[in-house]
Ligand binder design. Structure first.
Ligand SMILES: C[S@@+](CC[C@H](N)C(=O)[O-])C[C@H]1O[C@@H](n2cnc3c(N)ncnc32)[C@H](O)[C@@H]1O
Length: 425
């Protein structure tokens, strides 16, 4: 069906057909159930391709139906007001640790809950009742509160707590001051220390200095990043399918900004004769040397080097691999990072970039597109960056070193990021 359709019956029919497919999959996949109570699944289980497609169709058709019958004016009113208050209520709930004082099974009355949290019972009720309208907590009776499948994920120690708190507590002030940052430093600033973060928090350095300055915040950000990188679409196994590593024979690959070596291990597994050098900042290399990420039998082939990727590259290699390393650098700085390779480059050497590539086509109104558009705006908040299109990546690489020629884009199935391959001619 044409997803741009506005025919109510056609959309409802797509919902029905997709729901039947999903129900069929669920019937043969164990007793776990979809629902909103604490026994329900925390996330939709990974199904086969047909089920995944049905799930996407259902989400998108149901949202289109909802928007159509709500109408543009009410949609704008509703989403502006409710998204603003969603941020406020989630911030309140996480900040005052409300989920931790509601029993996992059973109920608590508002007064006792307010006492445990050290808050005003009236304000607590206001915030919780809005959250309940989003199925986060519920009221078995007008005076008591209980967990739902959603609210239980916000308890201390559960991964959604730092995720939600990072966005609603740490990032909300950035959003509030983004326009101030633009007014102060100009539109389209390429400086990593002229961002909404700098304005909102009055800090002078780039984003990572801000993160490092507060261990609580650093942990929250770290867990948020971990959550995202644990998604199957970010798995390091996609690295193995995105390039023919064995074609490099017994050559050398440098994983620039390779952190503690988890990507290097994946590369070394894919090509048993390759030598992989991980370059990173000194504190990260120190961490890598203390970690057990590299199996003993690979330690001769996966090694570590301290290197600042803005400084001229001194180690020669057949390929230089950058995964999720250039995305948070503005064009000016990312070109400087690539340019720093120049002294080491010889004809036939490769630059392999595994990163997000924004499609150069009209935006779709799907749940997936909406999510990535929002992440793109996070890049603007933190770093004055954006997701790049393929042509923008090509221009960036040429600006770094004009000898690089684009070879190909390879998108491993299920991977959020392709590998872009460039070769020195
Ligand atoms: C977003 S992480 C990506 C890590 C890894 N490539 C991956 O795919 O998960 C960026 C990496 O770049 C490193 N990095 C940041 N600034 C650097 C610099 N000036 N020189 C070398 N590495 C740097 C960080 O320490 C971090 O390991």
């Amino acid at each position: 069906m044409d997803m741009a359709t506005t025919d109510l019956e056609a959309l409802a029919e797509l919902c029905l057909q997709s729901a039947k497919t999903i129900k069929g999959f669920r019937a043969t996949n164990g007793p776990s159930k979809l629902g909103f109570d604490t026994q329900a699944l925390p996330s939709f289980p990974k199904g086969d391709e047909m089920t995944q497609r049905a799930r996407n169709d259902l989400r998108n058709a149901a949202k289109t139906l909802y928007d159509l019958i709500t109408g543009p004016q009410e949609c704008l009113m509703e989403s502006s007001l409710t998204s603003l208050q969603f941020i406020g209520s989630m911030r309140y709930i996480c900040h005052f640790k409300v989920p931790d004082f509601v029993p996992e099974a059973g109920v608590i009355d508002y007064l006792s809950l307010a006492q445990h949290c050290g808050v005003d019972p009236g304000q607590l009720k206001q915030n919780l009742r809005f959250a309940m309208s989003n199925r986060v907590f519920y009221e078995p009776t007008p005076k008591t509160v209980a967990h739902t499948a959603g609210s239980i994920l916000l308890m201390e120690g559960k991964p959604m707590r730092p995720f939600v708190q990072w966005l609603t507590e740490d990032c909300a002030p950035m959003i509030a001051h983004q326009i101030d940052a633009i007014e102060k430093w100009g539109h389209g600033s390429q400086e990593p220390n002229q961002t909404a973060v700098n304005y909102a928090y009055g800090v002078k350095g780039p984003f990572y200095d801000f993160i490092r300055s507060d261990p609580v915040r650093e942990r929250r950000f770290g867990t948020t990043i971990q959550q995202v990188s644990e998604q199957p679409s970010s798995s390091v196994t996609h690295i193995q399918n995105g390039f023919d590593w064995a074609s490099l024979g017994n050559g050398t690959v440098i994983d620039v900004g390779g952190h503690i070596g988890y990507c290097a291990v994946a590369i070394a597994q894919a090509a048993p004769k390759l030598h992989v050098i991980v370059q990173d900042r000194s504190e990260v290399v120190q961490m890598a040397r203390e970690s057990t990420i590299v199996p003993k039998d690979m330690q001769g082939r996966v090694t570590f080097e301290v290197h600042d990727f803005y400084q001229p590259q001194k180690t020669c290699a057949d390929a230089y691999f950058y995964r999720k390393t250039l995305l948070n650098h503005t064009d000016k700085n990312a070109a400087a990072i690539i340019g720093a390779l120049s002294p080491a480059l010889k004809p036939g050497n490769r630059l392999l970039i595994m990163d997000f590539v924004q499609a150069d086509k009209p935006v779709e109104t799907t749940a997936t597109e909406r999510y990535y558009r929002a992440v793109d705006l996070q890049m603007l908040l933190y770093y004055n960056c954006r997701y790049r299109t393929l042509d923008e990546w090509k221009e960036l690489v040429k600006a770094g070193d004009s000898r690089f020629e684009f070879e190909r884009e390879c998108s491993p199935p299920g991977s959020a990021m392709p590998i872009l391959s460039f070769i020195v001619r």
